[in-house]
Design a protein around this ligand. Structure first.
Ligand code: PLP
Length: 232
C-alpha cells in the first residue's frame, strides 16, 4: 500500500514492545490486555492502516465524528464508545458499538438499557470512575461506584463488565494503583450480582504503568497516531 503511515508502524511497534515488557514483568499468563486505537481527529485511512497492522479495537469519543467516519472503517475491528455520552445520542450508536466505557449515572444506564432492548441486543458497559475527584472530569466517585453497579445490574439489555478511568495526569501511578484496589474490592463485594472482568485505563502517557496495575484495555491516541489536529 502506498502511504505515508510509516510513523504509525513504528509507533505501534514501540507500544507493543512496552506493553509486552510490562505484561511479562507484572501480569500472569492468563491475563488479557488489549490495545485500543483511539481515533478522535484521525482520518479513516490512518485508522484502517492501524487495523491492517493487527489493531482489532477502536475507541470513539464523539457521536458526530463517529457517524461521519464509521462507513469508511475496516469493519473487522470492534468499536467501543469511550467519550462522554449524552442520553439523547445513545440511539445513534447503539447498533454499531459493542461496549460503552463512560457510564457514570443510572439515568444513562437506563437509556442504554432501553435502547439495547428495543434493538434486540445486549450492550456491554463499564462504569467510569473519577478516581482523582477532579471537577473537570466525568465519572462517579469511588465511594458511589459499588452502589451504581448494583443498580445497573438490575437493568435488562446491558451487561456490566467493569470499570474505566482517566486518572489525573500527574501522579497517575498512585491513582492507577487506587483504581486497581477499587476494582478488586468491588469485584469481590459485588460478585453475587456481577462478574467484572474489564479494567480500562492507561493512555499515551501512562499505558505501561496501567498494564502494571492490571489494565485490560489501554486506550492509545497520540502515541499511536501522533498529535491531534482538530482543524483537520
Ligand atoms: C483521547 C482519549 C484517550 C487517548 O488519549 P491519548 O493521550 O491521546 O492517548 C483515551 N481515553 C479517552 C477517554 C480519551 O478521550
Amino acid at each position: 500500500m502506498e502511504n505515508n503511515f510509516s510513523y504509525i508502524y513504528e509507533n505501534l511497534r514501540i507500544i507493543r514492545e512496552r506493553v509486552n515488557e510490562a505484561y511479562a514483568k507484572y501480569r500472569s499468563p492468563e491475563d488479557n490486555v488489549r490495545i485500543m486505537a483511539v481515533t478522535k481527529t484521525v482520518a479513516p485511512e490512518a485508522v484502517n492502516y492501524a487495523v491492517s497492522l493487527g489493531i482489532d479495537l477502536l475507541g470513539e469519543n464523539r457521536v458526530q465524528e463517529y457517524q461521519s467516519k464509521k462507513d469508511f472503517y475496516d469493519s473487522s475491528a470492534e468499536v467501543h464508545f469511550i467519550g462522554s455520552l449524552q442520553t439523547n445520542k445513545v440511539k445513534y450508536i447503539i447498533d454499531s458499538i459493542s461496549m460503552i466505557h463512560s457510564v457514570d449515572s443510572l439515568k444513562l444506564g437506563e437509556i442504554i438499557s432501553r435502547q439495547s432492548v428495543s434493538h434486540g441486543k445486549v450492550t456491554d458497559i463499564l462504569c467510569e470512575v473519577n478516581i482523582g475527584g477532579e471537577d473537570s472530569k466525568g465519572g462517579v466517585s469511588p465511594s458511589e461506584t459499588g452502589e451504581l453497579i448494583e443498580q445497573l445490574a438490575q437493568l435488562d439489555g446491558i451487561r456490566i463488565r467493569g470499570l474505566m478511568t482517566i486518572p489525573p495526569p500527574s501522579d497517575s501511578d498512585v491513582f492507577l494503583g487506587r483504581m486497581k484496589e477499587l476494582f478488586d474490592r468491588i469485584s469481590e463485594d459485588k460478585k453475587s450480582v456481577v462478574s467484572l472482568d474489564v479494567l480500562s485505563m492507561g493512555m499515551s502517557h501512562d499505558y505501561a504503568e496501567a498494564v502494571k496495575y492490571g489494565s485490560n484495555i489501554v486506550r492509545i491516541g497520540t502515541a499511536l497516531f501522533g498529535a491531534r489536529n482538530y482543524n483537520r
